[in-house]
Design a binder for this molecule. Structure first.
Ligand code: ADP
Ligand code: MG
Length: 446
């Protein structure tokens, strides 16, 4: 019998995605989807649950459009059917037991450097720091939930983990769990697949302290929001402590009224940009931790030029460390300016930067096409340009890595991280590249 030589669009899509995802990602999200029918008009896909459908559309809509028939609107013409009968599950040896992994090592998810001791206090964060200490000292008995919001890189995750660390140390019997909203969503999906969602619920409901990072990623994820809200209410009713971080106050999040009301129930604390003195103190503290000796004058100089993001201050210290490991010149203002000029801020209007803006600028500067940046070519010039675009996207856009990576023609977040690391290293040693990146940044910001 003749084998059919022409692969269906769906099979091609599967091949494409499999080559570009981590095996866990592929196994959990893509492999469970079955193509029931494909014609010139539409593709019918069977998904085990609604979450897999959401994941597919969130991450691969553009890629699907390249492989499957389209609707008049240009969107892929897909009809989803949710599987009714349970499908056979993998045998226990190949099936991951999310519950065990989660329960056995909760504190491993806390960054051990993120403690109250290492958190420098100033007028911008005094209030929120003392609220955090209050909660850590008497979990469930002071403000509940504690909701911390503020811009990117201002220390929200640092404080969240400090609470976790403090509680683990001072209230040894309490069960602490820290999770990002993205991993919470992944956990739900994995447990749904493994038919162990009840176990997951039991696990969450047994916690004494739940730390949830970046709740803004729950927006537009209706199905997950409900699950989250239920967990949340159960814990609050039992006086179990919840701490949440977000880039916006509850009322500005696109979440249900019920959810917003619950989050406003306790204490909502805002974190703002640290003032000059606090920034200087942070630079000095971070450089001491790294064994780098910088004068107060230089610390002031940096703090004057990098002013709205502590993570960037830290990046500056790291860069100076790398420099002083390689060179013996002393860190004068001139030297520091040369090393850090690319990071120094100009008062750019606060405009929203998109991956498309970045692709456009990078394509112009490197003289390549946008489609090549999103494509797979390994041609040296294109690869470098693509990595620079990914680097800039990670640096300049405040969104989930998974989403940013998907905008590069469906790449994975590990590809994005790899590119970011590569370019971060390169610009330390490659002066022309550093200049190009600097020029691009200005161009994209303007
Ligand atoms: P966010 O979660 O708000 O985006 P992070 O908590 O990840 O920010 O903080 C970014 C970096 O800045 C971290 O390395 C953190 O240690 C550091 N940082 C932020 N605020 C402070 C502070 N007040 N004192 C010391 N380090 C800080
Ligand atoms: Mg954070």
């Amino acid at each position: 019998m003749l084998e059919c030589a022409v692969k269906s669009g769906w099979d091609q899509f599967i091949e494409f995605v499999e080559a570009r995802s981590s095996s866990a990602e592929f196994k959990n999200w893509i492999a469970p989807i079955r193509c029931l029918e494909s014609s010139h008009e539409e593709t019918i896909l069977e998904v085990p649950n609604i979450f897999v459908q959401e994941y597919l559309l969130d991450n691969f809509k553009d890629v699907l459009a390249d492989f499957l028939p389209l609707k008049g609107t240009g969107e892929p013409a897909i009809r989803f059917v949710v599987a009714e009968t349970p499908r056979p599950q993998p045998t226990s040896t190949e099936m991951r037991e999310p519950q065990e992994e989660v329960a056995s090592s909760p504190h491993l998810k806390l960054n051990t450097l993120y403690t109250f001791d290492h958190f420098i206090e100033g007028p911008s964060n005094q209030f929120v720091k003392s609220a955090a200490i209050g909660v850590a000292a008497r979990p469930g008995k002071s403000y509940n939930p504690l909701f911390i919001h503020g811009g990117v890189g201002l220390g929200k995750t640092h404080l969240l983990h400090s609470i976790g660390q403090y509680v683990l140390e001072h209230h040894k019997k309490l069960k602490v769990y820290s999770i990002t909203t993205e991993s919470f969503i992944t956990e739900i999906v994995e447990h749904l697949r493994a038919k162990s969602i009840d176990k997951m619920k039991r696990f969450y409901r047994s916690l004494d302290l739940l730390l949830v990072d970046d709740i803004q990623f729950l927006q537009n994820r209706l199905n997950f929001e409900e699950e989250f809200c239920n967990t949340f209410e159960t814990l609050l009713q039992q006086n179990k402590q919840i701490v949440i971080t977000s880039d916006k106050p509850p009322g500005q999040l696109k979440l249900s009224e019920r959810m917003v009301a619950r989050m406003e129930w306790g204490l909502v604390a805002h974190m703002s940009v640290p003032d000059l003195e606090t920034r200087v103190a942070i630079i000095k503290h971070k450089s001491e931790l790294k064994g780098l000796n910088i004068s107060s004058q230089v610390a002031f100089f940096i703090a004057e030029h990098i002013y709205n993001n502590v993570r960037q201050l830290e990046g500056a210290v790291n860069r100076l460390c790398a420099h002083s490991r390689m060179m013996s010149d002393s860190l004068t203002e001139d030297v520091v300016e040369r090393i850090l000029s690319e990071m120094f801020q100009t008062d750019a209007p606060n405009k929203k930067i998109s991956v498309e803006n970045i692709l456009k600028s990078v394509a112009t500067v490197f003289e390549v096409r946008i489609s090549e940046l999103k494509g797979e070519s390994r041609h040296k010039e294109i690869t470098i340009a693509r990595q620079v675009a990914m680097y800039l996207a990670k640096e300049m856009i405040d969104d989930s890595l998974m989403k940013i990576a998907a905008s590069f023609g469906g790449k994975t977040h590990s590809t994005l991280l790899h590119a970011w690391k590569k370019v971060s290293d390169q610009i330390q040693v490659n002066e022309p590249l550093r200049k190009q990146v600097q020029m691009l940044r200005r161009n994209i910001n303007s």
